[in-house]
Design a protein around this ligand. Structure first.
Ligand SMILES: Nc1nc2c(ncn2[C@@H]2O[C@H](COP(=O)(O)OP(=O)(O)OP(=O)(O)O)[C@@H](O)[C@H]2O)c(=O)[nH]1
Ligand SMILES: [Mg+2]
Length: 355
């Protein structure tokens, strides 16, 4: 049996190296850890060592009548460092790239993005003296459009939330009203165009009263100007819209007319993090065909461990993610989006609360 020691930053890479050199018939004889191998500047504290063996081809093919081959040395002496597998930098880059792409695949990052990353990653992996996950995080963050925080826009803002039914538009509006109205001290006003469900406007009115924020209910686009006049001088006016089927043209035209009645609105498409990419693309295209989308709000991060849809959606629309919501609690379960955090979720470096 030919025995060799392999070293890699992770077990899966070490096993991949074993398979690559010895093939599928290789046997793992023992595993362990060593500290700081110090190549390529990787700063992982511990590397994995795998001692693996394989029968040479002749021995495998030897007829059964031949005397058995000498027992393989199951507990070989500590491997001589000079026998450590000489893995070329090129091979290491290839394996690391493969390992990172597999991680993103598990996160449901769309195949065409994986193809693009397959081209970009090797250069980063080969050059940058950082851990693979950190360099992946940085690359993904660079690719995401950047959100300009509302604080840095020195004007009154009219912000409308649109999106499919039940994604959390009204809940997010209340969180935003509390965050900017109560915590930041901005004069905030609310407009709701959700008169489709009888209880919806009433629900918003009750919560806004508790927060001490004025609410105007509009039944048609023609009423928007009057509502805006009543809320004149407010730094932030948040507009809630009804969630209706985006496959129905009539509903989408109604939504478009409401949005058109607003002066220079910032319109955020609100999506749930748990939506499948196929459904997400169809939905985003429907909304983008009727309203000019300025950014995304991604809700319900607490309901999934798969974050590819956030990246896929932002890249598909080429619009930034503005806010993330992480639960039903008002106002705490709301965060201004941070591309490094989103990329960290995808790279497996950041974990969302509750998961
Ligand atoms: N787990 C979780 N639930 C949320 C989150 N945001 C909202 N919800 C819940 O999702 C449900 C729907 O929320 P709404 O705010 O009414 O959703 P909507 O988009 O306004 O719904 P429609 O107006 O009917 O289209 C409620 O039960 C919310 O509490 C979140 O971040 N995480
Ligand atoms: Mg609603």
């Amino acid at each position: 049996m030919v025995i060799k020691r392999f070293m890699a930053p992770t077990m899966s890479l070490a096993v991949a190296m074993v398979k690559d050199e010895f093939g599928e018939d290789a046997v793992i004889l023992s595993t362990g850890h060593i500290k700081k191998p110090g190549i390529f500047g990787w700063f992982l504290r511990r590397w994995v060592t795998v001692i693996a063996g394989v029968e040479p081809a002749e021995e495998q093919m030897a007829p059964a009548t031949e005397p058995p081959a000498a027992e393989p040395e199951l507990n070989p002496p500590p491997a001589d460092p000079r026998r450590a597998s000489p893995v070329s930098a090129e091979k290491m880059t290839q394996l690391t790239t493969h390992y990172l792409l597999e991680k993103l695949k598990q996160q449901d990052v769309a195949a065409h993005h994986l193809d693009n990353l397959r081209e970009l990653l090797p250069e980063r992996v080969a050059k940058v003296g950082e851990s693979p996950k950190v360099l992946l995080q940085k690359l993904l963050a660079e690719q995401l459009p950047r959100f300009t925080p509302w604080q840095s826009l020195n004007r009154s803002l009219v912000v409308a939330l649109v999106g499919p039914t039940g994604v959390g538009k009204t809940t997010t509006i209340i969180k935003l009203a509390a965050r900017y109205g109560l915590e930041a001290g901005w004069p905030v006003g609310l407009i709701t165009a959700d008169t489709y469900r009888v209880a919806a406007a009433e629900q918003l009115r009750t919560t806004a009263e508790i927060l001490g924020i004025p609410v105007e209910v509009v039944y048609s686009p023609a009423e928007v100007a009057g509502a805006l006049a009543k809320l004149a001088g407010r730094r932030l006016i948040l507009v809630d819209t009804a969630g209706r089927s985006h496959f129905t043209n009539e509903h989408m035209q109604e939504l478009r007319d409401f949005i058109r009645a607003l002066p220079e609105p910032l319109t955020y498409l609100t999506i749930s993090a748990a939506t499948r990419f196929h459904d997400l693309v169809q939905m985003m295209e429907r909304f983008a065909a009727f309203v000019a989308v300025d950014g995304l709000i991604v809700t319900k991060l607490d309901e999934t461990n798969i974050y590819g849809s956030i990246y896929n959606a932002a890249r598909h629309l080429n619009k930034p993610v503005a806010f993330l919501t992480t639960g039903q609690n008002v106002p705490e379960d709301l965060e201004e989006a941070d591309n490094l955090k989103i990329a960290g979720l995808l790279a497996g470096l950041v974990r969302e609360r509750g998961n």
